[in-house]
Each structure stands twice: as C-alpha cells, then as structure tokens.
Ligand binder design. Structure first.
Ligand code: NDP
Length: 327
C-alpha cells in the first residue's frame, strides 16, 4: 500500500520537510488503519514543520496532530471498517506518526467516533483548536463563571483556539471581548460573536501585579505577559484558562491575583485529555458550532501546500484555521 505524506527528517539539527510516497513498512505499531480524509495545520504543526521549536521528539516523523477519516481495518474489535472517526493529540506528530498522510495506523483507544451530524471536514475545521477551546470553556463553567457575572476575555482571538473560544462563549450568552494584533481580523471576530475588540499591545507588555478588575473569565492562548496581565485584571473569584504560548512560554506574574482576589488559573491540555472525556466534548461541539461559524473559521489547502503554509502561520499571515484536504 502506497500513500502520500509529509515527511520530516533532521540533518545537523536542521529540520527538512518534504512530501513523499511512503508504504506501510513505515509503521511499527497501532491496531487500527484509518484512511485520512482531512487534517489541519495547528500552531504546533507549524513549529514541527519549520523546526522552530523542538516539538518533534524523534525523526523521521509524519507531522500532523489531528485528523479525521474512515476506519479501513482494525484488529481491536472496537472499530469496524467504514466507521467515521476523529483523532486529536496523544503525541501524534510529536512522538508518533500523525495526520499529514493519506493513511494513519493508530491505537484504537486514540479514536473518537464522529458525532451524529458531523462529517470529517467539519471535524477537522474544528480540530484540536476547537476541542481545546471547548475544554477551556468547560473549565470556566466548572469554576462557576456565568454570563451574568460580566465580560469574558479571549486572547490570541485571531487564531484557531481563540476564534472558537469566542464563538463558543458567545453562544453560551457571554459578553465576549477579543484581543487581536490584527485589526483586519476584527470584523470576522465580531461575526463569530465578539462584542468588543482590544489591541494585542494592551496586554503584551509588562504590567502591574494587579490592575482594574474587569474579566469574569479569560481564555488565553498566548501566555507570557498577556497571561500575566489577564490574571491581573480578572475580577474577584474569576477564572483564567491557560491554553497556549503564542507570545511565550514564560509567565512573568505575581501571586497577587490568586491570593488577594481568589483568581483561579486553570490549565488546559488537549493532548492527553482522558479518552472518556472526549466523546461528550465532540458531541457538544457538534451541537454548539453552526456551519456559519465553522465556515468563518477556515481556509482550505491541499496536503502539498502545507509546508509553505507552516511559515505563514508562524508569521501571523493566517486568520482562523487551515483545513488540510488529504484525500
Ligand atoms: P494560531 O497560530 O492559530 O493562533 C495563535 C494566535 O496568537 C495568533 O493568531 C495571534 O492572534 C496570537 N499571537 C501570535 N503571536 C503572538 C505574540 N507574539 N504575542 C501575542 N499574541 C500572539 O494557533 P492555535 O490557535 O492553534 O494555538 C494557539 C496556542 O495554543 C499555541 O501556543 C498552541 O501551541 C496552543 N495550543 C494548546 C493546546 C493545548 O492542549 N493546551 C491545544 C492547541 C493549541 P492575533 O493575530 O489575533 O493577535
């Protein structure tokens, strides 16, 4: 069986990416073979393909942290040929072969059945970004953040996680304020449900340990000073969901918001989110995201265009999500 894939190799510490024809001899494990129909280009994939950060833990690697498609065969007993499935995380594209390939061999436990009414294209338009945004929204809800308590903030809103967080929070009736460094994204963010837009540099510079209390909750995909300033301006008893590090991995903050205002910092991880938590999250995504929201989030590229698009994504030239047509 021959299939097309993106192939990453490393020579003298430099990552080299190419599109290759591979065969099934490349796999050493996995009990379930999936015909990948759609994948998506995430921030982490862009770091892997460009080699800008050490996302890939072993070479050679097929990158791609998520995919959706159809089961072709499985020895697990859990899946039948023809089942429609989605996969996110579990180290795919980092420690194990991922979704930028026409075929993927994975562990049966890594797959989630596509919810009723969701096709593989929509699943990957949502992808890891939408899944993560829903985990963040659920974290705010779990910590008691309710729409009547005031404004919620979404940082990195022009990106995948941020855009879906805006849409999901607005659908729950929250008053959403979106932060973006790209004024050109403002109109799209309003269509997704943001009531107000703030500039990125209002958050990205060093700030005070405590600022005026404003946010009942925050979904942050940016980290660094932005996360610190978001915590400093969160209201008494509010919750900040930390999802990402697009500005930086550092967290130059003080404990003041936590010990003086009872602010909760909730960590969000989609990669090793327990298997049993995933199906209800996907079912809620199917219910809460309309076709209009999904369409407003995506640009579609063929597999052959993913390598140059990775640099565009890191350079801030991509709004929303890059959906990758693999089949
Ligand atoms: P995107 O590239 O789609 O979005 C990131 C957004 O962050 C950009 O669109 C931009 O928004 C903003 N941004 C970029 N650079 C900077 C900067 N220097 N300072 C401030 N803001 C910046 O990525 P994703 O949405 O896919 O991922 C966002 C983050 O979340 C990444 O760090 C990713 O690794 C992480 N992530 C974590 C997951 C988890 O499980 N915890 C899962 C998925 C992603 P704008 O132009 O609007 O300002």
């Amino acid at each position: 069986m021959v299939f097309k894939a993106i192939w990453l190799e490393q020579a003298s510490g430099v990552t080299q990416a190419s599109v290759r024809e591979l065969d099934d001899a490349v796999w050493s494990d996995g009990d379930t073979l999936v015909r990948v129909e759609w994948s998506s280009l995430n921030y982490k994939d862009a770091l892997a393909i460009t080699g800008r950060a050490p996302v890939v833990r072993k070479f050679p690697m097929i990158p791609g942290i998520d995919f959706a498609g159809m089961v072709e065969s499985s020895s697990s007993g859990e899946w039948q040929a023809g089942d429609r499935v989605v996969m996110t995380g579990w180290g795919r594209g980092e420690t194990a072969f991922g979704g930028f390939a026409q075929k993927a061999r994975v562990k049966s436990s890594e797959l989630v059945r596509l919810p009723e009414g969701m096709d593989a294209r929509s699943a990957m338009a949502i992808g890891t970004a939408g899944f993560t945004a829903m985990l963040a929204v659920e974290a705010l809800e779990r910590h008691g953040v309710r729409p009547q308590e005031g404004e919620v903030l979404v940082t990195g809103a022009g990106g995948g996680v941020g855009g879906f967080a805006v849409a999901l929070l607005a659908r729950q009736g929250f008053d959403v304020v979106a932060v973006t460094g790209r004024p050109a994204e403002a109109e799209r963010l309003r269509r997704l449900g943001a009531r107000d837009i703030l500039p990125r540099d209002a958050f990205s510079q060093p700030g005070k340990p405590l600022a005026k209390e404003r946010w009942a909750g925050v979904v942050d995909s940016v980290g660094s000073h932005t996360l610190a300033n978001a915590c400093a301006s969160t209201r008494y008893g509010g919750t900040v969901a930390a999802c990402g590090l697009a500005q930086g991995m550092d967290f130059p903050a003080t404990v003041a918001p936590f010990i003086l205002r009872g602010v909760t910092l909730a960590g969000i991880d989609s990669v090793y989110c327990p298997a049993e938590r995933r199906p209800p999250v996907w079912q809620r995504l199917a219910r809460d995201l309309s076709a209009e929201v999904i369409d407003a989030m995506v640009e579609v590229l063929p597999l052959d265009r993913v390598i140059p698009a990775a640099q565009d994504l890191l350079d801030g030239r991509v709004g929303g999500r890059v959906l990758v047509e693999v089949r």
